[in-house]
Write a protein that binds this ligand. Structure first.
Ligand code: SAM
Length: 264
């Protein structure tokens, strides 16, 4: 209880498990997420896997059964570490493994995790993690994309960053996150600031008009148009309203008239 006799609610907590958790803590210490940490909106803790390895060598990896190159991360240091992580806070965590084999990271997944009290991000190295740990101790696997990193720490840093900025109170104006790319399944519209006229171009007139309805329409049209040009896959999955279809049609006509075919 605090002075106002309200129950004190612990902030969401992210525990990062791996060989280089400091990488994630360093990236979380700056900018919007660093401010969220300092304000107590989020707690991020790093766990050094070697602290849970057997002495005297503190090994966390061994050769793969079946032969072949590379090393595989041992089950037991990971399990012991995960047990310690669970015991550090009474709230049950969701355990995510960073893996190129996971489902791709999306803004929708970030929003879902941001509603949970606790996450554990497990970062692999070498050839990856013994499959028995994956099968029994991991709730979800997450991939940054179809390429292979040397370790999961950068993926974990990306999750902490993307999640930290959508927490209530993290951004100066919460509306900025709502209009971001992917929030509404579309790319964001273009943005301009001063000066109004520059040798590289002039700010579109509508943005200087003060007509809020026209500005909202222009932004919506740009978001639809950019998504159509650069991420048509996002549009295939959604049903557009009549107004959106009209705005997009207008954009496409203008775009087709402005650029010769094949420039996209
Ligand atoms: N042999 C594994 C495979 O092909 O699936 C790749 C292992 S990778 C060299 C080492 C670690 O980096 C992985 O265990 C994972 O934690 C992390 N990693 C690599 N690529 C990743 C990606 N695209 N997204 C998320 N984590 C990744």
């Amino acid at each position: 209880m605090n002075l106002a006799n309200e129950p004190v609610v612990a902030p969401p907590r992210i525990d990062v498990v791996g060989l280089f958790p400091e990488l994630v803590l360093q990236s979380a210490a700056v900018g919007v997420v660093g401010r969220a940490l300092r304000r107590g909106l989020l707690q991020v803790e790093g766990w050094q896997l070697r602290d849970f390895a057997e002495e005297p060598h503190r090994s966390v990896d061994d050769r793969p059964y079946g032969g072949g190159p590379g090393m595989v991360m041992l089950v037991d240091p990971l399990r012991r570490c995960l047990q310690a992580v669970r015991e550090a806070d009474p709230r049950p965590p969701r355990v995510l493994l960073m893996s190129p084999q996971g489902a791709p990271l999306t803004q929708a997944r970030i929003r879902g995790w941001a509603r949970l009290p606790r996450l554990v991000l497990v970062c692999g190295r070498y050839e990856g993690v013994d499959e028995r740990f994956v099968a029994h101790c991991v709730d979800e696997q997450v991939s940054l994309g179809d390429y292979v990193l040397s370790g999961g720490e950068l993926a974990a840093a990306v999750i902490v960053d993307a999640l930290g900025r959508v927490l209530d109170g993290a951004l100066g104006d919460p509306r900025s996150a709502v209009q971001d790319s992917f929030e509404d399944g579309l790319l964001d519209c273009p943005h301009y600031t001063r000066p109004e006229c520059h040798e590289l171009g002039v700010v579109p007139e509508v943005l200087r008009s003060g007509d809020h309805a026209a500005i909202a329409r222009w932004r919506r049209q740009q978001a639809l148009g950019r998504t159509w040009r650069w991420r048509p896959d996002l549009l295939q999955r959604r049903v557009l309203s009549d107004e959106d279809r009209r705005l997009l049609e207008e954009y496409r006509k203008r775009h087709a008239a402005a650029e010769p075919p094949g420039t996209d």
